[in-house]
Structures are given as structure tokens and as C-alpha cells.
Ligand binder design. Structure first.
Ligand SMILES: [Zn+2]
Length: 520
């Protein structure tokens, strides 16, 4: 009996030794761990969705192994500013994962689910390919309590809005966002924002702001954002920092200086950016705020009244003039539901098509017609590369696509949604050498993870979630252009989310291992 037991013991031990110890081993790659430190040759072992070992480990120790010879192994990228609130309806989120994004933050620019708890449950139930977190949006909360009215909140309104923000935070929101160029947020004043941001800050949430102005009054808008940080102690995030007026190109230097000064006095403030000289937003953002009050019916009344329309048009021209722009030719249609044949056309082309002329006046008339048909989503070419590069060099600037989930072939969206991270690594790191690869990866990983307190994301070390991107530094790049935006990033052959391959040999695997991320 004893001998049998010993023999059995030996047999069991042999079998155990032959069992792979890890679920996944990535070998022969250069690990750029997200801290900003130099890349080093190391293998990465993963078990139960976590990184458990970094160093020398044999490929045979993994049930699965990936040979990363010639590739950089980085933490999964965190896209800190998206509009992918409906990811449950597009669960593969291919445009994100194909550019290395493994975690997204939604609920930006003041727009989010009102019932954050229900939204997070819906996404968890649907199962999606990326990790997901959301902010609670000011515009969403304000519209719920006050509609689209242009007025200050009463005490009762304010307490109702605070309760909604508090509930969202209790349900798992990671902070509070504003969109102060949009209705109804544009009707709010700083004290209201402070009151609401304080609720989020007290729960450990961030304050992220699409500011009131991003060009002609950029410095004042940054000051307002920082005032919220000063008053509430919130960690602050300036959303999609840019200079969106040719007349103000160069003002990014002052903007970044204001951020540095605030950091020096103790406010935790970062910014995010996308690596393009064009923005994307609604057509309505070109109209004066008062003209948009009260919803579509009221808007149509104003646009159909000749005297009021004349006044709106004059104000639009004035606002453009301050920016150094003469007409709407810097604008292209991304998506126009009423007539998709206009998608991809410049406003000059739109005016030619709708009004038989491309003059500035015909462009404004075409914009009026489009607003009467409930508006459009647009791409706006009005930034300078010098500002984009200066902002990128700042150590406290993370990257963000500002994009939604893009379904192949739909509309002519801004290419950032398919290419942003890859464009940074290809165009700005490899070609222009604006920042180093290690620094770019830090800004996509540990910087945002620390800001949002995603404690187990953003670096490659034992104990962290196994979100990994394998990229070829010689080939990584964006393929999506403004003309042909439906093209996935290149040079990113493998992406893992929580230890599961979502991209393998450059193709989406269909896996949906994404988790809901909460502040920790
Ligand atoms: Zn925005």
C-alpha cells in the first residue's frame, strides 16, 4: 500500500509539473510598463485575469503563449474621454480595442445616463469588449430638473440636482462632467457648477469639463475650471484641451501655464487631448446659446422669423470673426440624419448643393436649413499643429478620442475614433518625435489610472489587471483619415482585456471580457 501511495504521489507530482502554471505567457517582448521608465526585455505571465509575474518565464509555463519578438508590450490604453455611453448596443467596441484602448470613460461633456446604476448594470449584463466607467453629466442632470431653460436654478432645483449627482456617485460614477458650450449647461454659472462638483468630489470623484470656451476666451475658461477645483478639492480634468480659433493660435502656452500654477498651489489637474487639428461637435454649437433655448420647436420659431434669423446670423458671423474665421468653410458634415448624402461635404459644398451657391451667406442659409431639420454632427478644422504639439509635450496631458463607438461605414465621423492612440504613437512619436514612446504610453496608462483611481490598471506589474497591448513600434499608426475615417489602426496585432485576447493577429476575436471600473 505504502509503495502504491508513493508511486501515485510521484505520478501526481509529474502531472502537476506538466500542467502550465499560467493562463497566458507573453514572451520575447520589450515591456514598456506605463511608468515612463525605459522599455526592458521581460516576459509577462497572466493568471485569472491578473498579471502575476514579470521576468524570466518559459512560454511552456502558459496554457497559451504569445511570441512578442520585435513588439512592445504595454499596459492597455485608457481613453479618458469618450462618448461611448451606448457601448452595450455596440459591445465589440472595435474602433477602440483595435487602437489598443482597453478601458473607456464615458459620460463626458455634460452628457451621460441619468440612472448610472441602471446603465452600468445594462453594460455588465450585455458584456462588452472594453472596461467601462462613466461620469455623471451636468447637462443630463440639469435637463432633468430644469429642462432647457435659460435661468439660474432655484434652491429647490439645486438640491434636486445635487441629489441626482449624489445618487449617480453612489451608483458607481467616477466623477462629474460639464459641457458648458452646450444647452442647457451653457446657461449655468460657476457657483452652480461648484455646488454640484462638490458632491462628486466628496465621494472621491473627478471634475471633468468641456469648458465654456476653447479659443477666444480660453484663459478665462481655464480659470473657471480651476476655480471649481479650488473650491471643491476635486481632481480636475480639462477635457480635449485645444485652441479652436486661428486668431488665438499659440494660446496653449498660457493655458498650460495656468494649469502648472494651479498644480503648484495643490490642485490635482490634468488635461486630455486628441492628436488632430480638427474637432468634432454639433452644428448647433455654432449658433448663439439664446437661439437654442427651449428645444427644437422654439429653435424653429426663431429660425423662421426673418428678423430673429437675421440677428442670429449676425451673431454667428461675429463669433466666427473673433476666431479669425470668415465663413463656415472650415466645417464639414460628419452625420446629417435628414440627408445622409451631405455626409463628408464641406459647408461650401453643402451650400452649393442646397442653395445653388457657396458664398458665406449661402453657407449660413444652409446651416439654418440643417438646424430646422434637427441639426447635424460636424467636423471643424480650426486648430494649429503648434498648439497640438505643445499640449502633447506637457507631462499632465492624457489622450482621449472624444469618440463614440463607430459602426463600420456609418457617416463620415472624425477619424480620432479609429486612430487617436495609434496616431500619437505613429505620427507624433515615431515620425515627428514630439514625445518618446515611453512617455506617450505613460500618458495613455498610468497617468489616467492614477487620476481616476483605477488602482489595478495602468502599469505592468504583478497584481495588476492583465490589460495588455502588443504593438510594433516601427509600424503602429492611424489609417483613418478625414476623407476615409472607417479604417482601423495598424501595427497593433494583440490586445488583451483582463487576460482575454480581444485582438489576435490584428483581428477582433469577438471576446467580451470588459469589466465595470469603479474608483478605488
Ligand atoms: Zn466635449
Amino acid at each position: 500500500m505504502k509503495l502504491v501511495a508513493v508511486l501515485l504521489g510521484v505520478a501526481v507530482a509529474t502531472i502537476v509539473a506538466q500542467q502550465p502554471q499560467y493562463d497566458l505567457v507573453v514572451v520575447n517582448g520589450t515591456v514598456v510598463d506605463g511608468t515612463g521608465g525605459p522599455g526592458r526585455r521581460a516576459n509577462v505571465a497572466v493568471k485569472d485575469g491578473k498579471i502575476v509575474f514579470v521576468g524570466e518565464v518559459a512560454a511552456s509555463a502558459g496554457k497559451e503563449s504569445v511570441d512578442a519578438t520585435g513588439l512592445v508590450v504595454a499596459p492597455g490604453f485608457i481613453d479618458v474621454h469618450t462618448h461611448a455611453d451606448d457601448v452595450d448596443e455596440h459591445p465589440l467596441a472595435a474602433n477602440f480595442v483595435r487602437m489598443g484602448v482597453t478601458s473607456i470613460v464615458a459620460g463626458n461633456c455634460g452628457g451621460s445616463a441619468l440612472d448610472v446604476g441602471a446603465a452600468l448594470a445594462r453594460i455588465a449584463d450585455a458584456k462588452v469588449s472594453v472596461n467601462f466607467a462613466t461620469l455623471i453629466g451636468h447637462n443630463t442632470v440639469r435637463a432633468e430638473v430644469m429642462g432647457r431653460e435659460n435661468r439660474d436654478p432655484s434652491i429647490v432645483d439645486l438640491s434636486k440636482m445635487k441629489a441626482l449627482v449624489w445618487k449617480a456617485m453612489a451608483d458607481g460614477a467616477v466623477g462629474f462632467s460639464t459641457g458648458l458650450q452646450y444647452v442647457p449647461g451653457t446657461y449655468s454659472k460657476t457657483p452652480e457648477i461648484i455646488e454640484l462638483a462638490r458632491v462628486a468630489a466628496n465621494e472621491g470623484g473627478v471634475y471633468a469639463s468641456h469648458m465654456r470656451n476653447e479659443g477666444t476666451a480660453l484663459e478665462e475658461a481655464i480659470q473657471e475650471t480651476l476655480r471649481v477645483g479650488d473650491a471643491t478639492g476635486a481632481r480636475v480634468q480639462v477635457s480635449h484641451l485645444k485652441v479652436d480659433a486661428p486668431s488665438r493660435w499659440g494660446a496653449s502656452a498660457k493655458a498650460l501655464q495656468l494649469i502648472d500654477t494651479a498644480r503648484a498651489r495643490g490642485i490635482v489637474v490634468i488635461a486630455d487631448q486628441y492628436a488632430y487639428t480638427a474637432a468634432s461637435s454639433s452644428l448647433s454649437i455654432r449658433f448663439p446659446g439664446w437661439a437654442l433655448e427651449g428645444g427644437q420647436e422654439k429653435i424653429a420659431e426663431r429660425l423662421n422669423d426673418p428678423a430673429t434669423w437675421a440677428r442670429i446670423k449676425e451673431e454667428m458671423k461675429g463669433l466666427l470673426g473673433e476666431r479669425g474665421l470668415k465663413d463656415l468653410s472650415f466645417a464639414k458634415v460628419a452625420s446629417y440624419r435628414a440627408d445622409p448624402s451631405l455626409n463628408g461635404l464641406s459647408m461650401q459644398q453643402v451650400a452649393q448643393k442646397l442653395k445653388g451657391s457657396s458664398t458665406p451667406d449661402a453657407q449660413f442659409e444652409a446651416a439654418r436649413e440643417m438646424m430646422l431639420n434637427r441639426g447635424a454632427s460636424m467636423v471643424y478644422h480650426f486648430m494649429g499643429d503648434e498648439d497640438v504639439e505643445r499640449i502633447m509635450r506637457h507631462p499632465q496631458v492624457a489622450f482621449a478620442s472624444d469618440a463614440s463607438v463607430i459602426e463600420p461605414g456609418q457617416g463620415v465621423p472624425h477619424p480620432r475614433g479609429m486612430g487617436n492612440n495609434a496616431r500619437v504613437l505613429g505620427e507624433y512619436v515615431r515620425v515627428r518625435k514630439v514625445i518618446s514612446l515611453e512617455e506617450a504610453i505613460r500618458k495613455m496608462t498610468s497617468l489616467p489610472a492614477a487620476h481616476f483611481r483605477f488602482a489595478d490598471r495602468g502599469t505592468i506589474k504583478p497584481g495588476m489587471a492583465a490589460d495588455l497591448v502588443l504593438l510594433d513600434p516601427a509600424k503602429v499608426g492611424d489609417a483613418a483619415t478625414f476623407e476615409k475615417p472607417h479604417a482601423y489602426a495598424t501595427g497593433i496585432p494583440h490586445v488583451f482585456v483582463n487576460g482575454v485576447a480581444v485582438v489576435k493577429n490584428g483581428e477582433h476575436t469577438g471576446a467580451k471580457p470588459g469589466a465595470i471600473l469603479r474608483r478605488q
